[in-house]
Design a binder for this molecule. Structure first.
Ligand code: GLC
Length: 442
């Protein structure tokens, strides 16, 4: 009896240690993937699903308070006959993208892949019966792009996504369920995404659904994340939860904001990580999923400046396109990709491929990026005709040249580390969208 009592006591002491969260130590393979991700620099985000048929953005089921069963019937008519994974991936690659991130299952619950765990999928509920995720994954791997997969934590059609969050309340879903079965479902689908589709990253979204209604809701992220890392330790985990990174996450996301700014209002609670790779996602027009009335495409100059501003903060840009129901990239987005490709061909090496944020922090005039001893000054807004740059004391400069022509730029050292650049002869046409000066350090 005494022995039994002792075992109970020992067990009670040991248990908390057994179940305590192990703090996450990324493996060497994971750290290498993070650097590969940083090198990729710029990616294309794709929001594509049966919502594209309604052409009202990816939240249409929620926004129009449709009955989810009736909405789901649209799947039977989803036949994107013009979908061509090879052509899409080529268009992204030609634009200078190093990766894509595609919605495998958005908040409406429709799976764009051949999943064993849901009948509401491209293979079982639509006549298309082509595994979209597989075709894109194969093509990305063939053409040398990284393959990231968006996965929603919210489901407006399943009863066991429970308790109800702040969204999807008017779609007729039953209001009871059991999160543990939903959790298993997500875990299983993520396993498919990681193994069958060889995802380089699983990109979660939707945590914010519970923050107001059930602030203490336990999503069981450590378990979910560990299950992914157990299958592939190099797979990167990102979560667009708008908070500072949680344990086990490998990338920090910023929605519609460059790190350190909070113009869109989603970044108030985010400290910019100094350890993790950073990524800003932004739309090419204004909606994520295809929206027929949304013609507000950002001009090329704005997209270029966004890429440069993120690169200068050591972050990647994930630029979104919403393909149509027929399986096409909207003509305006194709045009922007082509224009961007032309810019990238000339200037890509100053923003990606081993380039990191430069040793001068972002300034009112622009940002700097750097590769080894080459520092690029990206002058986005040259208010004065001359520029004073301050480098850490003791930094020696070998040469300063205009990036375009390689012509030397006249400069003068004012005091240790402070240099004065004469730019008054730079014509206005050369100053937009980005005037690049190459500083070679000694
Ligand atoms: C928001 C939207 C969602 C979109 C995501 C992309 O969280 O709710 O629809 O997928 O942003 O960042």
């Amino acid at each position: 009896m005494k022995k039994f009592f002792l075992s109970i006591v020992l067990l009670a002491i040991a248990l908390p240690t057994v179940f305590a969260q192990q703090s996450y130590v990324p493996t060497a393979a994971n750290l290498e993937q993070r650097e590969n991700f940083r090198d990729a620099g710029f990616g294309i985000f794709l929001h594509w699903g049966i919502y594209s048929m309604f052409s009202q953005g990816e939240w249409y089921l929620n926004d129009a308070n449709l009955d989810y069963k009736e909405y789901g019937q649209a799947a039977a008519g989803f036949y994107p006959s013009k979908f061509d994974a090879a052509a899409w991936v080529k268009a992204f690659k030609d634009a200078g993208a190093g990766y894509i991130c595609i919605t495998s299952r958005h908040h409406d619950g429709f799976s764009m892949f051949d999943t064993q765990y849901s009948d509401f999928s491209i293979m079982k509920a639509s006549p298309f019966k082509r595994d979209i995720l597989k075709e894109l994954s194969d093509e990305c791997h063939k053409q040398g792009l990284r393959f990231h997969v968006y996965y929603s934590l919210i489901d407006w059609t399943r009863d066991d996504y429970y308790p109800l969050g702040r969204t999807g309340r008017g779609v007729g879903r039953r209001t009871h369920g059991d999160y543990s079965t939903y959790f298993e479902f997500m875990k299983n689908q993520c396993a498919e995404i990681v193994t069958k589709y060889k995802a380089d990253c699983v990109w979660f979204d939707g945590e914010w659904d519970q923050t107001q209604t059930n602030p203490n809701f336990n999503w069981r992220f450590p378990e979910l994340y560990e299950s992914i890392h157990a299958l592939n330790d190099a797979c990167l985990i990102a979560n667009n939860h708008h908070h500072s990174p949680y344990e086990h996450e490998d990338i920090q996301c910023f929605e519609r904001d460059v790190p350190g700014e909070n113009q869109a209002g989603y970044s108030a609670g985010q400290e910019v990580s100094t350890k993790l790779p950073l990524e800003t996602c932004q739309t090419m027009n204004t909606a994520w999923g295809y929206k027929i009335s949304d013609k507000r495409y950002k001009p090329l100059s704005e997209i270029v400046q966004l890429i440069v501003r993120t690169a200068g903060r050591d972050a990647n840009l994930l630029l979104n396109i919403g393909p149509t129901a027929s399986g096409e990239l909207p003509p305006m987005s194709l045009q922007r990709l082509q224009e961007l490709g032309e810019w990238m061909n000339k200037y890509g090496e100053t923003v990606k491929g081993g380039v990191r944020g430069g040793l001068i922090k972002p300034q009112t005039w622009g940002v700097t990026t750097q590769k080894g001893k080459t520092l690029y000054l990206h002058i986005l807004d040259l208010a004065q005709d001359n520029l004073t740059i301050t480098l850490p004391a003791g930094t020696k400069i070998k040469a300063i040249n205009e990036y375009d022509s390689k012509a030397p730029v006249t400069f003068k050292q004012v005091v240790d580390g402070v240099f004065y650049l004469k730019l008054n002869e730079v014509p206005a046409t050369k100053r937009v969208p980005d005037y690049i000066v190459e500083v070679t350090l000694k």
